[in-house]
Design a protein around this ligand. Structure first.
Ligand code: FMN
Length: 157
């Protein structure tokens, strides 16, 4: 298995999870950089609106070609029940090269069915595994066991 972990993170939680998954799998990772300003209260409002409108954004250049990996693990914070603009853009631009996919998210609440259904529809393939973590458990650092189970699920496929 040659996985690539690709994630977007506005405030660091999804990044923490993405890096932990990549470290556990000892694989490459790619942090997406959104060129649109997302910081502060204005960035928060803009991000919510963009998510609602399913707007795409402009990403900074990426380092890794997803076509040379047999599993792409995609991570995003939930915005308004759906995908962040950066991961929506990355999937839209690269999905034709994905062989297999897995998804993870971080969120404040607990509802994530719409997000994962939408990621599956956008990728046009079902995920081999999914992982949802709450921001508060990520902040506490209490998520290693869930990462291990997620990674075991990937390796069992
Ligand atoms: C614009 C916006 C909308 C959000 N909408 C939701 C939501 O619908 N449900 C939820 O549980 N969390 C929501 N959140 C909270 C984030 O998903 C959560 O804080 C996440 O862990 C942030 O990840 P990050 O630090 O990687 O950016 C929202 C955050 C933002 C900025």
């Amino acid at each position: 298995m040659k996985p690539l972990v690709v994630f977007y993170s506005r405030t660091g939680s999804t990044k923490k999870v993405g890096e932990a998954i990549a470290q556990t799998l000892n694989c490459d990772s790619e942090e997406l950089i959104d060129t649109k300003k997302r910081g502060g209260p204005i960035g928060f409002v803009r991000s919510g609106r963009d998510a609602r409108e399913k707007a795409l954004t402009t990403l900074a250049d990426t380092k890794h070609d997803p076509a040379s990996y047999d599993l792409v693990i995609l991570g995003t914070p939930i915005w308004g029940g759906t995908l962040s603009s950066a991961i929506r853009t990355y999937i839209t631009n690269n999905k034709s090269t994905f062989k297999r996919v897995a998804f993870f998210c971080t969120q404040r609440g607990t509802e994530n069915k719409q997000l994962f259904d939408e990621m599956q529809a956008l990728c046009e393939k079902p995920p081999v595994n999914i992982l949802a973590l709450q921001e508060k458990e990520v902040k506490k650092g209490a998520f290693q066991e869930k990462i291990r189970q997620f990674v075991d699920g990937l390796q069992a496929q």
